[in-house]
Write a protein that binds this ligand. Structure first.
Ligand SMILES: CC(C)(COP(=O)(O)OP(=O)(O)OC[C@H]1O[C@@H](n2cnc3c(N)ncnc32)[C@H](O)[C@@H]1OP(=O)(O)O)[C@@H](O)C(=O)NCCC(=O)NCCS
Length: 193
């Protein structure tokens, strides 16, 4: 019998497609509900749903990754060359589809969620690596994101620095967030001419 311990699980990654949307929604729903406990109270978690969740533009742009283990989605997250910094399809006031300029702007890291069954196994870290490499390959030298309080420890551990605390006002109350950024390692051209 082949029983894998959590640490031995083989994760594979790929870009999400429209077929993944229902499963992605489920992972996000569980992560928002369960993994923000201890960082936010239940009222704040309810409010956070108004500024978190699925952004189908990321999937349509093919800049949204998922990590799978044994056919299950272990986590997801993406990057973007669009100006929207955070929020889901429903957060219309936060959306801005304008394209960023890699020479001047920071790419965005967006919508990071790990399934509660797969936390603290490097899923978030690995997705961040994928996002940063893809943004660097697209010519960006910096990335920015809007961190939830639950996301803050991951981003700090991965070299992100705090730019400013932000309070997102919603109909269900304020949600504390932190804008963070990171300078990317430039892609070096190893070809010999
Ligand atoms: C934030 C989130 C994506 C982290 O996912 P994860 O796959 O468990 O993170 P990783 O296993 O890659 O963690 C890497 C490192 O980040 C830090 N870290 C991650 N989660 C942490 C936590 N809850 N408490 C303290 N440190 C944490 C640790 O340093 C960890 O390394 P270690 O496990 O060796 O100590 C997940 O908790 C989540 O989905 N949260 C709810 C949704 C959310 O708020 N997303 C962020 C939106 S901005």
């Amino acid at each position: 019998m082949n029983v894998q311990t959590p640490a031995e699980t083989d994760f594979t990654h790929r870009l999400a497609t429209e077929y993944d949307l229902p499963a992605l929604r489920q992972v996000m729903d569980l992560a928002i509900a369960q993994l923000q406990r201890g960082f936010l109270d239940e009222t704040q978690i309810a409010a956070s749903r108004l500024v978190m969740g699925l952004d189908t533009q990321l999937v349509a742009d093919r800049t949204y990754f998922l990590l799978e283990a044994n056919g299950r989605i272990a986590g997801c997250g993406g990057w973007s060359r669009r100006a929207t910094l955070y929020g889901g399809d429903h957060s219309t006031a936060l959306r801005n589809a304008a394209l960023l300029d890699p020479a001047r702007d920071a790419a965005r890291v967006r919508a990071m969620y790990t399934h509660p069954d797969f936390t603290r196994r490097g899923v978030g870290r690995r997705i961040l690596d994928l996002c940063e490499s893809a943004a660097a390959a697209a010519g960006f030298s910096r990335v920015e994101l809007m961190a939830t309080l639950a996301g803050l420890p991951l981003y700090r551990a991965c070299g992100y620095v705090e730019i400013e605390p932000v309070v997102s006002e919603t109909d269900l109350g304020p949600v504390p967030l932190v804008r963070m950024g990171k300078v990317l390692t430039p892609i070096t051209d190893t070809s010999v001419d």
